[in-house]
Design a protein around this ligand. Sequence first.
Ligand code: HH2
Length: 275
Amino acid sequence: MLSCGRFTFSLSRPLIMGIVNVTPDSFSDGGHFLNAKHAIEHGLLLIEQGADLLDIGGESTRPGAAPVPEEEELARVLPVLVGLRDSGVALSIDTQKPGVMRAAIEAGVDMVNDVNALQLPGAVAAVADSSVAACLMHKQGDPGTMQQLPMYYDVVAEVRAFLQARLHVAQASGIARERLVIDPGFGFGKNLEHNVALLKQFDALTDLGVPVLAGLSRKSMLGKIAGLEMHERVHASVAAAMLAVMKGAKIVRVHDVKATRDALAIVNAIEGWHE
Ligand code: HH2
């Protein structure tokens, strides 16, 4: 069960989180959705295609990306949140900034998706003071430099221990377990070998007792494995998402909602996963 702002998900089947970027430099959308109107239209299209949640982000976290000032991030995302608030699906805000979290919660979001696992001062409190869900993601380093030399002794054990510790902090600060989601953070300070180990041993995370989100869509690990450019990664992304759900992921964060929905319909039917 996931308690997510205005929504409660039974998680009897995996959920599809569609990505809505409102950034001029996000690595896969090339800035096409900078304009709020276009982002809202894109969000509505993803809902039509079968998204259960929309993840709205105003700051790219791709390797090499520069931070965005808070006012700029708010100016990008708030009109989109307001425009999609009553669209019938849960809305998630992809941000690391407590100020953006508070404003987005005020504007009606249902989930905070933080690639920094609520580590900035004030982030845990911003979520605790509300009824929204929180996704706690693991990363090593910051987007500017994180892919330069990622290092682990045991990537799976270290990611697991970090997420477990963040779950403890969140719960001790008043965020109920039913509101928490964890995510290994594919591609965030991880080389191909690290990413492969995390997907292969995904069940090391599902046994932490909260839903696990997998964000593999169009990521460079898929490009490296299959020799694909960004725009060619749809099929590889769908395969990776299906592998993740078969290994226990309860939410998949994807750009290509229709392709994912079609593939997931087959998996759901065979596994007997229904509403
Ligand atoms: N990946 C990106 C952004 N946010 N959040 C979670 N929980 N998990 C992820 O794997 C994840 C995430 C990648 O971000 P970006 O480089 O901005 O690209 P896009 O938003 O198009 O995926």
